[in-house]
Structures are given as C-alpha cells and as structure tokens.
Design a protein around this ligand. Structure first.
Ligand code: ADP
Ligand code: MG
Length: 243
C-alpha cells in the first residue's frame, strides 16, 4: 500500500500539489484522471521520488518518508526498486536489442545471471506479445511495440507498483489498442498499477479506483461506477469535454 498524507509540492510560486491525501492499494489498478496541468504527473512522479514534495508523509507499507526532511539515499533507492515507472515516450536504450533492453536492469542493478535474466526477459516479451522481436532494435519497432517493451522492462525489475504516465498518449489509436490490452491483462492478474490516462473508456474498463485531480487537489476518489454514473457537475463537465 502507498499512502500520501498532507503532501505539498510547489514549482517556484506555483503550487502543483496542495495538501494531498490519497491511498493506493496493492493488487488494484488506480486511474488518475483530470485536466492538463492539474498535477497528475507531479503526483505520479512524487510516488517514485522523481519529484520531491516539500512537506507531507509518504508511506510505502511500513516505510515512512517525511518530505520535510532531506531524503536519505537508501530511502530513494528502496522506493525506486519498489516502483517501476513507464514513461509516455518509452525511453528505451536505442543501441540495445529489445531483449537486452529488458535484461539490462536485472543484470546491472539486481545482479542477476545473464542466462536467467534472458529467460525472464523472453517470458515477459512473450507476455507483451513481442517474443518474435527480441533481437530487433527499438528503432525498428512501432511506438506501440516500443511501449510494450518498456512495460516488459519495468516488469523485469519486479516492482511492487507499476506507475504509468499517459502510456498511450504518444500513439496512434490503432497502436494504442495493443498497449491497452497488455495493461488490461496485468490488471486482471491483480498487479498493483497506477496509471495516468486521458482514455476514459480504458479507465472505466481497467480501474478499481479513479482519482480525479484538479488544481493540485483530489476532487474525487472512488469507484469507476460512481465516477461515471453519478458525477458531480465539475466531473460531468470534464467527461463531456473528453468525448
Ligand atoms: P499534468 O500531468 O496533470 O498535466 P503536471 O503535474 O505535469 O500536470 O503539472 C502540474 C503543474 O505544475 C502545471 O502547472 C505545470 O506547468 C507545473 N509544473 C510541472 N512540472 C514543473 C517543473 N519542473 N517546473 C515548473 N513547473 C512545473
Ligand atoms: Mg502529465
């Protein structure tokens, strides 16, 4: 479980997160939605400590970080291990083959034996439907295929939570579907996922819980069914603008 309490994050004189309180349950998929610039990425990046809020508490199971103190590097390492981030623009290593991209972290960081890491990487590539591309280079793949490799690479580190920031927003709709299918399958296996998305149909299909963020505050935290069937006026306006 990840829990934030009274978290504040400012950029210069702009308050990006204001007194944020939220819990993300393990073995659930949480979709974070909301208008552009509302603080969704800042929230997600704070969970991976890519952003450092100025105050508030971060609980990861029994581990507690107080953002008002300097971060200890052992806390940063431990949280980074437990949270795998998948970025909008994949960030694959262009000079490494697909299978080497997936093996890199397990071999370099987790010190796995290359043979074992390769076997795990091949299993994960199979899972994302790309076993036949193992020896290709990222530049030879479509954006959707690259994003599926990025998901496999994140899974290879065996994180407790997978964080995804608009994983399909750089993709054409026909490529988006393949990525969404992979994420739906992970959700059905009860992986712990937090995904920022603009795709309301996907959010509805995949999420156990929806969080709606606006102006750095959480205006809704509840079930997809309540979000879509009993939206308040602000959420109804947001949903209408999305379609
Ligand atoms: P979202 O992901 O919902 O579009 P962000 O979390 O990226 O929103 O941004 C929230 C607000 O914080 C925006 O006003 C954005 O301009 C600002 N912001 C985000 N990152 C930075 C940064 N590194 N420096 C300055 N302002 C930032
Ligand atoms: Mg964003």
């Amino acid at each position: 479980m990840i829990k934030l309490e009274h978290v504040n994050k400012t950029f210069g004189n702009h308050q990006a997160l204001t007194d944020l309180n939220v819990t993300f349950n393990a073995h659930e998929t949480t979709a974070i939605v909301g208008p552009s610039g509302s603080g969704k990425s800042t929230l997600l990046r704070s969970l991976n400590l890519l952003e450092r809020p100025e105050s508030g508490l971060y609980h990861f199971n029994d581990q507690v970080i107080d953002f008002s103190h300097p971060l200890a590097s052992k806390d940063v390492l431990s949280i980074r291990r437990k949270t795998g981030m998948v970025f909008q623009d994949y960030n694959l290593f262009p000079h490494l083959s697909v299978v080497k991209n997936v093996m890199e972290g397990p071999v370099q960081v987790l010190k796995q034996q290359p043979d074992a890491a390769r076997q795990t990487a091949m299993d994960l590539l199979d899972k994302v439907g790309l076993a036949d591309k193992a020896d290709a280079y990222p530049g030879q793949l479509s954006g959707g295929q690259q994003q599926r490799v990025a998901i496999a690479r994140s899974l290879a580190m065996d994180p407790e939570f997978i964080l995804l920031d608009e994983p399909t927003s750089a993709l054409d709709p026909e490529l988006e579907a393949g990525v969404l299918r992979v994420l739906l399958a992970l959700a059905q296996e009860n992986d712990s996922m937090i995904v920022v998305t603009h795709n309301m149909e996907f959010a509805r299909a995949v999420a156990d819980k929806i969080i709606f963020v606006e102006d750095g505050r959480i205006l809704f935290d509840g079930t997809p069914s309540d979000f879509f069937t009993k939206p308040n006026q602000r959420i109804a306006d947001f949903l209408a603008a999305m379609t």
